[in-house]
Write a protein that binds this ligand. Sequence first.
Ligand code: ZN
Length: 464
Amino acid sequence: MPSWGLRTEGGASAVRPCPRRGFGPPLVSGQRGLDAAVPVRTLESMKKPISTEAAEAAVAAHYGLLLGIQSPWQVKAVDLKLEAKRVEVALEHDAQAAVGCPQCGRACARYDHAPERQWRHLDVMQFLTVIRARVPRCQCPEHGVVTAQVPWAEPHGRFTLMFEAFAVTVIEAARSFVQAMEILRVDWHTIQEIVRRAVERGLLRRSTEQVVHVGMDEKSFGRGQDYVSVMTDLTGQRVLDVVKDRDTAAALQLWEALPEPQRRRVEAVAIDMSAEFAAAARTAAPQAAIVYDRFHVSKHLNEAVDKVRREEHRQLLEKHDESLTGTKYLWLQGEAVTGERALSFGELCARNLKTARAWCHKETFVEFWAQPDVAGARDFFRHWFGAARRSKLEPIKKVALTLKDHLLGLLNYFVHPITNAISEGFNSKIQAIKADARGFRRFENYRYRILFHCGKLDLLPAIQ
Ligand SMILES: [Zn+2]
């Protein structure tokens, strides 16, 4: 069982795990631990009625043990509210003990007390447990009058470290915020606050030294046309940061997720073909190769095929020909079409429809990615581009020109074979987060949730 003791040096915990007593400071010889204060009742003494004071002392000692309270803190009173199923444990700081300055750790004279505060603790036997205390303030010769750091909570925290650690674990595992709220018996804002604190803690501890391949992608946010931009560490498979909007300024802000020296070490960045992400990458990490993401390229080709299909479908319908009705997804799936539908798809392809020709250009381009090297890919592209430009299919001709304009970034794939597939993989997680919150009103909350679940951060508070 972890126990809370006095911090001894420089504000940082100097305690070592003790196999018998948990993570508090080991008892100094001659020091009376709280466990020594538990009254031992013999059979004879149990026959006598116990006094109220003795009973209260026993309960206080019991909670002291249960919560791992150690000198100079002790349990002053235990207030059991049966109806409310709530226990309030009042702690007090030994009036004679020195108070450690939270900034330099120096043992200082007590100055006064801060007003009483409360911390939610882990439930004890289903009783909601709250710790109350007036924290002493000391007068440090160097730092002036400062409030001591309590060993059971982080500064400004409303929960004990153990409650916060438990809550983080519950939120990580819960299907939704609502489920976590029910288990922890806290409100929505409290959960959001725990998430925020966990992410801030994680970001402070995060190392980005190994980040050499990054991905940048946009995602929709909220109901309207709002977008956010997301940066991912493609090797570490984690989200590095999320910012509002998808313009160049937003993309530049996203790069700040990496410290300056690390930005210079990024070798390649996978992006879609939008000018904004490319411009930001050239400014923030000019040495990094820009690699256009192959899944975005195939999205553009699919859109071109669909444009051809819609136009041709309209023309055929005028002639009462319904050949293309309900075929939209056949053309998107392409060769993956199986079963009876494959038969009709084969017939469609054989009919020399414009849609079928457009589909062929799209499917042929898949081979681009299978080329052995840059030279092979360049060669392949020249042939593919020539055929696409002669296709007389406007959407295909247009997408071919776009690809030609971005050819360098397409060829970079053969030097740095990276894609945004990982960040696409985060999509389902991010969708679930969005659905759970039914549209975030505040972007910040959305960002914290994404980093909480997809950032692979070290979220737990350090329990002493
Ligand atoms: Zn100090």
